[in-house]
Design a protein around this ligand. Structure first.
Ligand SMILES: Nc1nc2c(ncn2[C@@H]2O[C@H](COP(=O)(O)OP(=O)(O)OP(=O)(O)O)[C@@H](O)[C@H]2O)c(=O)[nH]1
Ligand SMILES: [Mg+2]
Length: 308
C-alpha cells in the first residue's frame, strides 16, 4: 500500500481491498478520500448504510457447480478483476458488497460454495437462502454439465416447496466457463440452450474468468432477471472506500469514465472482514421470507423447508 506521504494524488491514498495492483484493475477505481473529508454524520459511512438496507434491497447470490469449474475465479473477477491460475479448493466463501444507488442503500451477499459439497445439508441451506443463482460448469467437462442439470432441478424443487409454487421464477444464470479452452470443448452450446429452455427465468452464457469474457455481462443479466439495479455491476458504479460516500472526482478521473457511469450517482464498496451469518440466522431469514411470500401457508412451508 502506498504511504500517505509518498502519494502525489490525495484521493488515491486509500487502496480498496483486493484492488489489482498490477494495473489490470477494472477501469477507474474511485477513492473518495480527500484531506478535508472526515467521517462526520453528514458523510455517513457507506457500510452503516448497507447494514441498514431494507430487506427488499438485500439479496444473496449463490454460486453452485462441480469442483474446479471456476466459481471462485468468477467471483474474484467480478469483485476484484483478478484471476489466479493456481487452484485452492473452497470450503465456503462469503463476500458482501454494499451499494448506494439513486440514494438508496443495497446489499449484495455472494456465497461461493464448495464443488465437493461434503455436507449436502449445507448445500440445501445455500439453496434455501439464495435469491439469485449462478450455476457453473466447465465446457471441457461433461460431468460438470450433468451436475448443473441436477442442480437446476434441485433449486426448482427446493424453491417450489419453500415458496409454494413460485420456485420457477427464481433467477438462474447458467455459465459455461473456460470458453477460452475451445480445443478441449466437450459440451456443445446447444445442450446448454436446451437446458435453459426447459427452465423459466434461466439464461445461458459462456464465460472465461481467465480471459475476462462475459463475466460482467452474466452478472448484469442476472441482476436484470432478479429486478436488481444494474448499477451493481462493477463498471456502472464508482468504487469507494468503505468509510466514505461523499467526495468528488478530479476532472482527469471524470474524463476517463464512461458516459453511463458519469450520469449515475451509484457507488459501491466491498465490506471488509465480513463473516457469514450463522446457520440459525440464515434459517430465520429464510423462514421470514417464506412467511412473507405465502403467509397463509406458514406451517406447511416450515415443515417442507427442512434441511436434510
Ligand atoms: N483456462 C481457464 N481456467 C480457469 C478458468 N476459470 C478458472 N480456471 C482455473 O480452474 C481452476 C479451478 O478454478 P476455481 O475457481 O478454484 O474453481 P472452483 O469451481 O471454485 O472449485 P471449488 O472451490 O473446488 O469448488 C483454477 O486453476 C483456475 O485458475 C477459465 O475461465 N479458463
Ligand atoms: Mg472455489
Amino acid at each position: 500500500m502506498e504511504s500517505l506521504n509518498n502519494c502525489r494524488r490525495p484521493w488515491s491514498l486509500i487502496v480498496e481491498r483486493g484492488e489489482d495492483a498490477s494495473g489490470e484493475g477494472q477501469g477507474e477505481i474511485c477513492r473518495c478520500w480527500s484531506p478535508g473529508v472526515s467521517s462526520s454524520s453528514a458523510n455517513m459511512a457507506l457500510l452503516e448504510q448497507g447494514d441498514n438496507a431494507p430487506p427488499e434491497n438485500c439479496h444473496r447470490l449463490v454460486l453452485l457447480g462441480s469442483s474446479k469449474v471456476g466459481k471462485t475465479s468468477i467471483v474474484s473477477r467480478f469483485l476484484y478483476n483478478k484471476f489466479d491460475d493456481s487452484y485452492t479448493p473452497t470450503i465456503e466463501d462469503f463476500h458482501r458488497k454494499i451499494y448506494r444507488i439513486k440514494g438508496e442503500p443495497y446489499r449484495l451477499d455472494i456465497l461461493d460454495t464448495s464443488g465437493n459439497h461434503p455436507f449436502p445439508a449445507m448445500r440445501r441451506l445455500s439453496i434455501i437462502t439464495g435469491d439469485l443463482f449462478v450455476l457453473v460448469y466447465s465446457i471441457d467437462n461433461r460431468e460438470s454439465f450433468e451436475e448443473v442439470v441436477r442442480l437446476c432441478q434441485q433449486i426448482r424443487e427446493c424453491k417450489s416447496q419453500c415458496l409454494k409454487g413460485n420456485g420457477s421464477n427464481i433467477p438462474i444464470v447458467l455459465l459455461g466457463n473456460k470458453c477460452d479452452k475451445e480445443k478441449s470443448r466437450t459440451i456443445d452450446q446447444t445442450e446448454a440452450i436446451n437446458l435453459v429452455e426447459q427452465n423459466e427465468n434461466c439464461r445461458f452464457i459462456e464465460t472465461s474468468a481467465k480471459k475476462n469474457i462475459n463475466i460482467e455481462e452474466s452478472f448484469i443479466r442476472l441482476f436484470e432477471m432478479g429486478n436488481l439495479p444494474v448499477e451493481m455491476s462493477p463498471s456502472l458504479h464508482r468504487k469507494v472506500h468503505p468509510q466514505y460516500v461523499g467526495g468528488s472526482h478530479s476532472s482527469s478521473q471524470r474524463r476517463g469514465m464512461s458516459i453511463r457511469r458519469k450520469m449515475s450517482d451509484a457507488c459501491g464498496t466491498i465490506a471488509p472482514n465480513v463473516r457469514r451469518p450463522s446457520i440459525r440466522t440464515d434459517l430465520l431469514v429464510a423462514q421470514m421470507r417464506t412467511k412473507t411470500s405465502k403467509s397463509s401457508l406458514i406451517g406447511e412451508s416450515r415443515e417442507k423447508c427442512s434441511i436434510q
